[in-house]
Design a protein around this ligand. Sequence first.
Ligand code: NAD
Ligand code: UDX
Length: 473
Amino acid sequence: MKITSICCIGAGYVGGPTMAVIAKQCPHIKVTVVDLNEVRIAAWNDPDVDKLPVYEPGLGEIVKEARGRNLFFSTDVDGAIEEAQMIFISVNTPTKTYGLGKGMGADLKWIELCARQIARVSTSNKIVVEKSTLPVRTAEAIKDILQYTGSGVQFQVLSNPEFLAEGTAVDDLLMPDRVLIGGDPSPEGGDAIQSLVDIYATWIPTDRILTTNVWSSELSKLVANAFLAQRISSINAISELCEKTEADVNEVSRAIGADSRIGPKFLKASVGFGGSCFQKDILNLVYISRSFGLTEVADYWEQVIIMNDHQKRRFALNIVRNLYNTVSGKKIAFLGWAFKKDTNDTRESAAIYVADYLLNEQADVKVFDPKVSEKQIYADLDYLGSRDPDQNRLGLSVINDPYEVCKNAHAIAVLTEWDEFKDYDWQRIYDSMLKPAKIFDGRNLLNAQRLRDIGFIVQSIGSANVKSHTVIA
Ligand code: NAD
Ligand code: UDX
């Protein structure tokens, strides 16, 4: 089937950018992105592209080019489903917070709602594409729901997981390492796969478009995230050893990454990985493995999460220990709250957990992030439920100026690797801080030697703490 009309359910970090790029590259296809969230859809339709609900470099220009031409954002889910030949499901699939699989399995209630809505509304044949990250064999449940409608409408279910990373979403979508499409081995399944291949082939070389069976495709997405996160936990484990031995984790990363079998990417030690995907998808992999009785497999992957939790906790503890074992009433300035640079997304950001530990120690936390709002920061903290919202607001405040946030601080903690942090006037910051002025660089972002020359005491992840000779002022 030659596709001329697409609908995407879910206008989030994946649905929005993915559909914007398809619409840009395929002007002959009408692309409608729908969501229940009216505020989000209104923001996608905002004439000022700086107000789009997702911040991604380059996204504003693409939306400007395609919106109103062949890209539409709407809350009319039924209408868009009915009109489309191909429907992407790109809704959230968070970790379950209740019942069976609580804290481990994926919550598929929104996926099922979409399948039921598609079944109810459709009057013509459709190709349904799983774009959300899903547990292996979810397509079976979707097919079940779709095949008993009694309407005579035929459905094909494809898996087409998304590999974009936030902050580089546009480049990742325009030039992906690969696109993965899983489908049914039947002739009808083959036709559906080909319809989706044809869309991507408009701009992606066909040797980068991989086709598999549905289950391999679903599972590959979880496995790709597990492997990526495993590399970070591996290097973070080594960072702790480096701090004890005067080895430098950056040098170790460079040395091992030069081996072409290992490769240099994803070996950057940090305060711990965050983001909406890694933890959720590994927990899901662990849960699936356990549910098949594969204890060793589950334990193996769970260790990636255990190590990541340890890294976040030990970063916070290190701050407390270095501030003479108490941070009570001490001002700790956070540079960064987003889970990585170039995004306004804060889901599972290490900063949230580090703040929580420090608030337990009665620290006075001040936060600056170039893209994250005060509202979001409090929402993140309140969501943890560690204390009353009032106490969160008493213990932590958000300041929209990096120099103000550092003024009179006992210590600075770098939680996100925003480029602009490197270019600050560090002498000015030093002069405004209490002494000894300490920096805990959770991203190995800043030039530690330059800061030490100014007088700072710097503790970077994965290198021994070199003491400055500054005396207490
Ligand atoms: P998101 O929370 O940003 O967006 C999901 C959207 O779906 C929300 O706006 C929500 O209102 C909407 N929605 C939920 N149920 C709906 C329904 N029944 N009808 C209409 N709209 C509905 O989530 P996201 O980050 O875009 O992630 C979506 C999926 O993609 C997840 O499965 C995630 O694991 C996967 N994924 C995310 C990333 C990423 O970087 N964020 C990358 C790859 C894959
Ligand atoms: C990830 C996957 O990379 C992407 O393919 C998938 O589609 C969604 O999940 P994302 O979470 O957006 O993407 O960002 P990513 O660049 O993978 O970073 C995840 C976390 O790991 C961030 O907190 C980042 O700071 C951290 N990280 C990354 C490290 O600590 N060290 C590294 O070397 C790389």
